[in-house]
Ligand binder design. Sequence first.
Ligand code: SF4
Length: 299
Amino acid sequence: MIKEITARTLLSSSKHPDPWFGVKYTMNLYRGCQHQCIYCDSRSECYQIEDFAEILVKVNAIELLKKELPSKRVKGTVGLGSMNDCYMPVEERFRLTRQALEFVARHCFPVHIITKSDLVLRDLDLLREIAKVYAAVSFTITTADEELAAKLEPGAPSPSRRYQAIKTLSDQGIYTGITLMPVLPFIEDNEENILAIVDRAREAGAKYIIASFGMTMRDRQRAYYYGKLDRLFPGLRERYEKRFGDQYSCGALSAGKLEKMFQEACARYSIATRMTQYAMETSQLQLGLFDPGAHAGKA
Ligand code: SF4
């Protein structure tokens, strides 16, 4: 179900940019996510989303953005795609992500997008404009196996479509890579899967892969995930319960060995395992001293 709502605020700021992607401002234009990944952490109780399958569209989001963004004194990276996928199917109709990017581009803010959807290609023109400051697009890929992905991420475009989108963006000079997370214990934590992801990343021209070997689980999210395991992978829930109990952080099996192999494969193909982030300090300084409207340099 899709429901239109009005929000009170849009941008949330963090004091320090997050260490993975350098994001300083986060915006969620929607609540809930149509991709319905079975492991999604946004189902956790702390986020207070009662029905994650119901999509709430913040119809006044662009109005809020126009009020909030120009008042930000620090030109930090704006992140899209943390609690939902900003390119899920509903975006085709409402175009909130596109309108937000238009405004961000006009105000010369850097952007980082995480998505599983090739709908991002629709906004290539805007990304090229934003890339004059800084634009990065990270595609989450947890398996290169199409059948497995259809079980784990039933509403999202296939891994092949994601790789094709990486190639298109990369060929167009957009800084593009992969977030390889989560790596689901007993399902995705094997050498074959990790090497296949890296191999296809190389073919697609991905510039980086940021990996985390394991998953997190808590309350409502765990219950949902276990319910799906019972249906899709009978017997696996018991193995999870035995190995992890109530733990929040659930590491992949042989995580150390997998990580070593992953690092070696990336080094072989010259794929970075960290992102180059927007250089906030430098550009802030330049902006403050010389020209408040100038484009900052790429990190
Ligand atoms: S795409 Fe991301 S936000 Fe959407 S369901 Fe999957 S993990 Fe959750």
